[in-house]
Design a protein. Sequence first.
Length: 233
Amino acid sequence: GPAGLSAEDLHVLDLTQQRPRWHRVVVQGPGPGPRYGHVMALVGQRFLLTIGGNDGKRPLADVWALDTAAKPYEWRKLEPEGEGPPPCMYATASARSDGLLLLCGGRDTNSVPLSSAYGLAKHRDGRWEWAIAPGVSPSPRYQHAAVFVNARLHVSGGALGGGRMVEDSSSVAVLDTAAGVWCDTKSVVTTPRTGRYSADAAGGEASGELTRRCRHAAAAVGDMIFIYGGLRG
């Protein structure tokens, strides 16, 4: 099993050479500290943000930023305005092309899965601000995956705890950030889904098996989303 938290080192994979190489990034001053179950995303093609996770004692809600355009590199703890997410781990962080970051789901200090989504934006005057995303999520979840395709955040899979997975029509959810609504494979969601639906609703071959999983990875390429690995429900 795990032998403890990894060091808080930051590494980068350099793909500019013929043979890709890993390098340790030199960062001055204190940083987020050792943790697991956190998220990291590049916002505005400039700011590397690390949020939440667990330091081995409890879930966290802190936000740290590293400006990749300013050297020497250093982490800066942010104090965003607005109502932010509770301490949580196993959430997802996805950056929209215009720089808006969406933190979705996760597991709180009581090991309860979360259905909330929060947007984090940087204003022109340098202020960072949290805002609760509109709409009703079809299901709470953690250890899921989430990627943007244009203005739509596509969330797949996830766990509910106790060995249970998010199932059927709720296993794939889409937050349309332009319209401010959540959708699942049925329709626009106005109340949390509590029933079970046919796995055929998700569409495509073996769709139920593909989406009923957790701890997987997802990436968007153009209008396509690739899903790889994970634990099956």
